[in-house]
Design a protein around this ligand. Structure first.
Ligand SMILES: [Zn+2]
Length: 178
């Protein structure tokens, strides 16, 4: 498998996807997003179900959202690194976590090059109400793991900042200074 892709190819793919309003990964398209991007970790649904709980499968592989305040990490203030539950790639760090008290895990940004943003075609903007950032055609913008494509959460506007609103169930946490 060709695991690398140069920046020009990625941008070209993204441009085509957005222009056609059929951009990045959702469900089956996770395996091969528009523009030829291939995730490094690819598993069948059966393989995913064997390694994830039903709730985790719904979130990571179907773009679901956990019940607020249900995860281990939404109030976590310990220093450390969060990794994708689908493939262990480090995706967020406590240094950029922000406590908003809304019941999910919020970050100002992901670890560089390890989080991808895509268009959530399943959920039009009215799903999240005000504060959700819209992509083309009024769909929400979602956060994905760069290595396995798993859905992590969505992008929200809070004041003048855009933050990543992440399902704690999609993350493992390793304590320790980053
Ligand atoms: Zn992953």
């Amino acid at each position: 498998m060709n695991k690398t892709m140069n920046r020009r190819q990625l941008l070209a793919g993204a441009a085509v996807g957005i222009a056609g309003a059929s951009a990045l990964p959702v469900k089956a398209e996770l395996v091969s997003a528009g523009g030829g991007y291939e995730f490094e970790v690819i598993r069948t649904d059966d393989e995913w179900r064997a390694m994830l709980s039903p709730e985790e499968f719904e979130i990571l592989r179907n773009g679901g959202t956990e019940t607020p305040k249900s995860s281990l990490w939404w109030e976590n203030t310990e220093a450390g690194t969060y990794s994708c539950k689908g493939c262990d790639l480090h995706v967020y760090e406590s240094e950029y976590q922000v406590q908003l008290g809304k019941g999910w895990v919020f970050f100002f940004h992901g670890i560089p090059n390890n989080v991808m943003l895509g268009i959530d075609k399943q959920r039009p903007s009215e799903y999240g109400g005000s504060g959700m950032v819209e992509g083309p055609a009024g769909h929400l913008i979602e956060s994905h793991c760069r290595r396995c494509g798993s859905h992590l959460g969505h992008v929200l506007q809070v004041g003048l900042f855009l933050v990543h609103c992440i399902n704690g169930a999609s993350l493992n946490f390793e304590p320790g200074s980053a």
